[in-house]
Ligand binder design. Structure first.
Ligand SMILES: C[S@@+](CC[C@H](N)C(=O)[O-])C[C@H]1O[C@@H](n2cnc3c(N)ncnc32)[C@H](O)[C@@H]1O
Length: 222
């Protein structure tokens, strides 16, 4: 798959807590990226209903969702190291055995490491909006990535995406709706009402402070 450059590598200093968590807990809770596949990741995905969260940021919502549903498995994929460190700290503190992290570009993780029809759901909360028109090609939700998402979903599995950028919300609606394999869960074929189990994310708070409308989409694989 041609690469989507959906992020810039931000050089941000790690706090002591984040560095310590990376040093102490990554070995247990991070699954290394491996382009030839990973039996460790496969075992984790197959050990229960598994949900992927793409770009969890600082991971506060990821940890809350995983803690509230211990019967599920959650796989968080994120490239931002302070966020990986923070979520590792949360996993350790909350003793979450149902959450693992792959710290790498999600497009490559899916392509090389996740088998067909293996995930129950995909969460994409406030993906980088790339608001300038010349940067729209860097948005994750575009047909080639969505076909990769539908490949890894089980039949009946869902994609749940939320954004506070109006034009990105409509782009998502168009791209998801044009997939032959996905059906819109909204009764009016547009956006869904807020899902009760999703806590508010950091980027959602930022959007709301700017009076952005939050739009949520849920599509299910036939
Ligand atoms: C705008 S932030 C949203 C963070 C969080 N979901 C929230 O709502 O607070 C988007 C996140 O996606 C991550 N990201 C972007 N492209 C990615 C990719 N290809 N693979 C993994 N993570 C990615 C970024 O590093 C960033 O932390």
């Amino acid at each position: 798959m041609r690469k989507i450059r959906s992020y810039v590598t931000r050089k941000k200093r790690l706090t002591n807590l984040q560095q310590r968590a990376l040093d102490q807990y990554a070995e247990h809770y991070c699954i290394p990226y491996d382009p030839s596949g990973s039996s460790e990741l496969k075992r984790f995905i197959d050990s229960g209903p598994c949900f992927l969260e793409i770009g969890f940021g600082m991971g506060e919502v990821t940890a809350q969702i995983a803690e509230s549903c211990p019967e599920n498995r959650y796989l968080g994929v994120e490239v931002y190291q302070p966020g990986v460190g923070k979520l590792l700290h949360e996993i350790h503190t909350r003793k979450l055995e149902n959450l693992r992290i792959v710290s790498h570009d999600v497009t490559e993780v899916l392509y090389h490491m996740v088998e067909d029809c293996s995930l129950e759901g995909v969460h994409l909360f406030f993906p980088d909006p790339w608001p300038k028109k010349r940067h729209h090609k860097r948005r994750l939700i575009q047909p080639r990535f969505v076909s990769e998402l539908t490949r890894v979903l089980k039949p009946g599995g869902y994609i749940y995406a939320v954004t506070d950028w109006e034009d990105y919300a409509y782009q998502m609606l168009e791209v998801f709706s044009s997939s032959d394999l996905l059906g819109n869960c909204s009764s009016d074929s547009q956006f869904i009402d807020s899902v009760s189990w999703r806590p508010v994310t950091k980027f959602e708070r930022k959007g709301t402070e700017k009076d952005h409308v939050i739009r949520e989409l849920m599509f299910r694989k036939d």
